[in-house]
Design a protein around this ligand. Structure first.
Ligand SMILES: [Cu+2]
Length: 154
């Protein structure tokens, strides 16, 4: 009886490890660091249909924003309004933002992640649209200072 129980536990452990390994292989993990005033790396490339764990860390001295949107033909008068209408996350279903030590928010209307200095968050979503998009921080003056990047989905 005792031996059977141990075998059962071992079988359970193997099953759990196998499941974990399979799940890990199917997630795209990307990290982006925000500083004053740039994103590193400047370009990220993702695949459609595979869940993404995008970790953002603000290592700068001020607040920064992470936005992804269709590149505008000319700088809009109101960036927030433009990004709300043209965010990559539009019509993508639920996007979850897990703030480091501050809980999580899930929304179907996510268009930006704001992080105070020293804060971090992980954005969970599954890309459904292909194309080349722009990453930008639109805290006043940051984008103009070079805080932008490229978000490519294949
Ligand atoms: Cu910024």
């Amino acid at each position: 009886m005792k031996r059977l129980a141990i075998l059962g536990v071992i079988a359970g452990l193997v099953a759990a490890l196998t499941t974990g390994a399979t799940a890990a292989a199917k997630v795209q993990k990307v990290s982006v660091t925000m500083t004053d005033f740039k994103f590193t790396p400047k370009a990220i490339t993702l695949q459609t249909g595979v869940p993404v764990e995008l970790t953002l860390v603000n290592k700068g001295g001020v607040e920064h924003e992470f936005m992804v949107y269709a590149p505008p033909k000319a700088a809009p008068d109101d960036w927030d309004e433009y990004v709300m209408d043209n965010t990559y996350f539009k019509d993508m279903g639920e996007v979850e933002v897990v703030f480091r030590n501050q809980g999580a928010v899930a929304s179907t209307r996510m268009f930006e992640v704001e992080l105070e200095k020293g804060k971090g968050a992980t954005v969970l979503f599954t890309p459904s649209k292909k194309g080349t998009f722009e990453i930008g921080c639109h805290v006043e003056g940051h984008y103009e200072a070079g805080m932008k990047g490229t978000f490519v989905v294949k």
